[in-house]
Design a protein around this ligand. Structure first.
Ligand code: CUA
Length: 328
């Protein structure tokens, strides 16, 4: 369904209508004032042109009424951009609590996707229509930016942290995805396709690719092989290091008294820079794993810690079943 406006991408997510409406409002206001000011300008140039060589204009002393008016009206118009834009911004960047999670790794020059059930894809992302999809994104090298025009979503993927965005597709089909941050020689080739499917087709697709290990069970293996278990316990029940069960998404008290939310970025930071935020009651004994793990492995470990249950749950969760979707 192509729009009557040239170059406008298809509208295929719950957000795209809202982004378009704001965009049309901004364009409309701009066109209106451009025409109004140009029209008045031309009118005045003609009406008040110099008619005799010695004509001197009448002096104008100013008008508080006019000045107040032309300050307040533009202020209100500018604030309408701000308030409307903020609402759309929060709708896009505040992550919904529910929805399926997909891990994204940008790398010169490809997009790697991993579903929480384990299926991996490169430069292709299969998703169901009518369900929220949360993208948890990292990069192996430089800054990339995942842009899906038909969904009107776009976010930088920055080294050293996770960034997130989400969408809910409203119609099936194939849509372009791009890297929208110049990232080196083959930046223009860092493109791919989002395939939006009916939920039953998506389930078939998932089960047709079910031979891959889930992110959290891969993370559990890493947890053992990298030696995490020697301090955090074989089942992450704690020891010389803090217990990891039930930590995710809860409040964690640090040894400097600060209380922080144990989100994905905190878990990632605790692996790459353990001295940065030390849990209250523990010493700075953990070595940094910076440079020893790929972004995908970091995501697998993060996913494992998430699978150990969140703080909202009552009681510690047991070890995750393989191929489980993240519990909430
Ligand atoms: Cu990655 Cu441009």
């Amino acid at each position: 369904m192509q729009s009557w406006i040239p170059f406008l991408p298809e509208s295929a997510s719950t957000l795209s209508g809202r982004v378009d409406a704001l965009y049309f409002y901004l364009s409309g206001v701009t066109v209106f004032f451009t025409l109004l000011i140009s029209g008045v300008l031309i009118f005045f140039v003609i009406k008040y042109r110099r008619r005799t060589p010695f004509e001197i204009p009448r002096p104008i002393a100013g008008s508080h009424k006019l000045e107040t008016l032309w300050s307040i009206i533009p202020f209100l118009i500018a604030m309408s951009f701000f308030v409307w834009g903020t609402r759309v911004y929060f709708a896009q960047y505040r992550m919904p609590a529910d929805g399926i999670e997909v891990y994204v790794v940008g790398k010169q020059w490809m997009w790697k996707f991993q579903h929480s059930t384990g299926q991996r894809e490169i430069n292709e992302l299969h998703v169901p229509v009518g369900r929220k999809v949360k993208l948890i994104m990292a990069t192996e090298d430089v800054i990339h930016d995942l842009f899906i025009p038909a969904f009107r979503i776009k976010a930088d993927v920055v080294p050293g942290k996770y960034s997130t965005q989400w969408f809910e597709a409203t119609q099936t089909g194939r849509y372009h995805l791009f890297c929208a941050e110049f990232c080196g020689m083959n930046h223009s080739g860092m493109v791919g396709t989002v395939v939006v499917m009916e939920p039953t087709d998506f389930d078939n697709w998932l089960s047709g690719n079910a031979n891959q290990q889930s992110a959290s069970s891969a993370g559990q293996q890493l947890f053992q092989s990298m030696g995490c278990a020697s301090c955090h316990g074989a089942n992450a029940e704690g020891g010389r290091g803090p217990a990891l069960q039930g930590v995710f998404n809860g409040q964690t008290q640090l040894n400097n008294g600060q209380v922080i939310k144990a989100d994905e970025n905190y878990i990632r930071e605790s692996i790459t820079n353990p001295q940065g935020k030390i849990v209250s009651g523990f010493g700075p004994i953990m070595p940094s794993f910076q440079g020893q793990l790929t972004e995908e492995q970091l995501m697998q470990l993060t996913s494992y810690v998430k699978s150990l249950g969140s703080n909202q749950a009552t009681g510690p969760a047991t070890a995750p079943a393989p191929a489980a979707t993240p519990r909430r």
